[in-house]
Ligand binder design. Structure first.
Ligand SMILES: NC(=O)c1ccc[n+]([C@@H]2O[C@H](COP(=O)([O-])OP(=O)(O)OC[C@H]3O[C@@H](n4cnc5c(N)ncnc54)[C@H](OP(=O)(O)O)[C@@H]3O)[C@@H](O)[C@H]2O)c1
Length: 334
């Protein structure tokens, strides 16, 4: 048998634990060309909230269906194989589902991992996984920060935000974060190394708080949030600024908000560019090497919030979506 978390209903507005259900289902057969993994780590990613909504399928992924295991990225060990590329015993990272065991053909964002000595396996799902790659690609391939510039990062206390903030700081930039609570803001300054962090809890007027924090204007904006926050930042950019569009969390659970300040991009010659980390797979080995070196040197820290057991996954996902977790949100399976 195989335990899985399925979508019990399409979330409307804020996702809740009751949108999910733990079920036990018969295991699938492992046919020729497939292999079976025993999953060890589940990655909880805000982006998947988008594909949980009813009719949310798009050019990138199909929408999730009620009763199906919830899609997600996992790390697992191959325990049965009829696929020459994935022998028994190898460790893989793949896009599959929130379940104990998966049967895979190796085609969906699947790769084998060779964990370096002393590096915890779960870091290949956070700083050394797609999360770290997203921060790296968005910052260097789109944001292109230079020493002395001001970089603003939204969802600063999350998985991508904690890595992007540290990378920008290492470039010699002044790094300003946007987050939910004052205690998270303090943690981001004191521990993660942001220069200044604005929180929604005690500073609800983002426009004014940003003008106070960054009177000189913004050179790079790493946007994880979209909507009103993006619009507010657009009004405070410097000439020649860059915006890296990483995601739009505010719109995954709420209405799409209008942008009023887009003409600023014209007069200030701003480059705003969306990216998908999965378009950069050829760069992953080099990025992994860079991130691994920084972790080993101690110039980069990996922040994770770890939950235990498949049944905790809905709670972990809701906590991550609503700002109650810090750094990368992961679930460890037995
Ligand atoms: N383009 C790509 O290839 C790619 C790949 C992976 C992820 N992403 C994107 O990266 C972003 C971060 O994803 P993640 O998985 O690392 O999640 P995460 O940042 O660990 O967690 C989500 C965080 O978003 C913030 N947040 C939630 N609702 C918000 C709202 N209404 N307004 C402002 N902030 C809100 C909260 O952080 P605070 O408490 O700090 O505000 C929350 O903890 C997402 O937009 C995701 O889609 C993009």
């Amino acid at each position: 048998m195989n335990q899985a978390i399925v979508l019990s209903k399409h979330p409307v507005g804020k996702v809740t634990e009751s949108d999910f259900q733990l079920v036990e289902r018969p295991s699938l057969p492992c046919e020729e060309g497939f292999f079976r993994t025993k999953n060890m780590w589940l990655s909880l990613d805000a982006g998947f909230r988008h594909w949980m909504a009813e009719g949310a399928g798009d050019n990138y992924l199909p929408g999730m269906q009620i009763g199906d295991p919830v899609q997600g990225v996992v790390i697992g060990e191959v325990i049965e194989s009829r696929h020459s590329g994935y022998p028994v015993g190898c460790i893989v990272s793949a896009r599959t589902a929130w379940e104990q065991f998966s049967v895979l053909d190796g085609k969906d964002l699947c790769n084998t991992l060779s964990p370096a000595d002393g590096v915890p396996l779960h870091q290949y799902m956070s700083t050394l996984g797609l999360t770290g790659m997203t921060a790296w690609v968005g910052l260097y391939r789109v944001g292109n920060p230079r020493a002395g510039e001001t970089v603003v990062i939204s969802a600063a206390g999350g998985a991508v935000g904690t890595v992007a903030g540290q990378l920008a700081k290492a470039e010699g930039c002044r790094v300003v974060g946007l987050t939910s609570t004052r205690s998270k803001a303090d943690w981001l300054v004191e521990d993660v190394g942001y220069d200044l962090v604005i929180d929604r809890e005690t500073q609800p007027d983002l426009d004014q708080s940003l003008r106070d924090a960054v009177p000189e204007g913004i050179d790079v904006y790493f946007d994880n949030v979209g909507g009103h926050v993006l619009d507010t930042v657009m009004a405070q950019l410097k000439e020649g600024a860059r915006i890296a569009l990483s995601g739009a969390i505010s719109e995954y659970e709420g209405p799409v908000e209008p942008l009023f300040n887009s003409y600023e991009l014209v007069t200030k010659r701003v480059r705003m560019e969306g990216f998908m980390v999965t378009d950069h797979v050829v760069e992953f080995p080099a990025i992994l090497n860079d991130l691994q070196n920084r972790l080993a040197e101690g110039t980069l820290k990996s922040y994770e919030q770890i939950y235990s057991g498949l049944s905790e996954t809905p709670r972990a996902f809701c906590d991550m979506m609503h700002g109650a977790s810090r750094g990368k949100c992961l679930v460890g399976l037995d």
